[in-house]
Design a protein around this ligand. Structure first.
Ligand code: G3P
Ligand code: CA
Length: 238
């Protein structure tokens, strides 16, 4: 059965990358969540998509220029009524202990090479005893290779914007157990052949009914969507 991962939580209806969006994804029945991490000035791992806080919070500036204590004062639920802080990764991992969700942590270390990000994330995942429920992904494939070296027990998956020729060979070469491609950059044939070669395929970000049907039909490993409720409703047809 194709698993459904809630992209930045249940972000179609709740503020992205907030505890509210994660809790609602779990309540809805998603199999997993996807979230993004950045590093603060004092080296804390926080859950936010952009390098700056401008788009998603009440503040302005780069995440890397904030101390955690100041970052936590911002409201990450700009459109909602209830104020919500940016979550720390620890807070999310603590909450994951109370449920069975899989968690895809995307290491946002592309624009800035956050020194020590991989070590810090891995240490937290190990501390919370969640190594078997975490998938580390990144567009920065050096980071994927490095993460595997540091923690071969944690699953890794490179992200792709463009198509790639025989992605299973690439994945195997960097010891990744999965690939996370842009859904419009992979054909059914590539998905099926990749899975047949033992590599999980979790396309992103799948929001249209037709695209969901397509992936359920070929029993794709999983996909990442803003709208897990819609995906769950469509999955019932299969
Ligand atoms: O992990 C899949 C997807 O989240 C990658 O793109 O920009 O939404 O982080 P983005
Ligand atoms: Ca992401």
């Amino acid at each position: 059965m194709t698993q459904i991962f809630a992209h930045r939580g249940y972000s179609a209806s709740f503020a992205e990358n907030t505890m509210g969006a994660f809790v609602e994804a779990e309540k809805a029945g998603a199999d997993g969540i996807e979230l993004d991490v950045q590093l603060t000035k004092d080296g804390e791992i926080v859950v936010i998509h952009d390098e700056t806080v401008d788009r998603t919070t009440s503040g302005t500036g780069f995440v890397k220029d904030f101390l955690l204590k100041d970052l936590l004062k911002l409201n990450a639920n700009k459109k909602g009524v209830k104020k919500e802080p940016i979550p720390t990764l620890s807070e999310v991992l603590e909450w994951l202990k109370t449920n069975k969700l899989i968690c895809n942590i995307e290491l946002k270390n592309g624009l800035f090479s956050y020194e020590g990000m991989e070590q810090k994330v891995i240490q937290l995942v190990r501390t919370y005893g969640l190594t078997n429920r975490i998938i580390l992904s990144s567009f920065n494939h050096y980071s994927i290779v490095y993460s595997y070296r540091l923690a071969p027990e944690i699953e890794t998956a490179p992200l792709f914007i463009e198509g790639i020729y025989m992605p299973w060979i690439y994945a195997q070469s960097i010891k990744a157990k999965g690939i996370h491609p842009n859904h419009s950059a992979v054909s059914d044939e590539i998905i099926v052949r990749t899975m047949a070669n033992g590599i999980a395929v979790r396309p992103y970000t799948v929001n249209k009914d037709t695209d969901m049907h397509r992936l359920f039909k070929i029993n794709c490993t999983s996909f990442i969507t803003d709208d897990p409720v819609k995906a769950l409703r469509i999955r019932k047809l299969y």
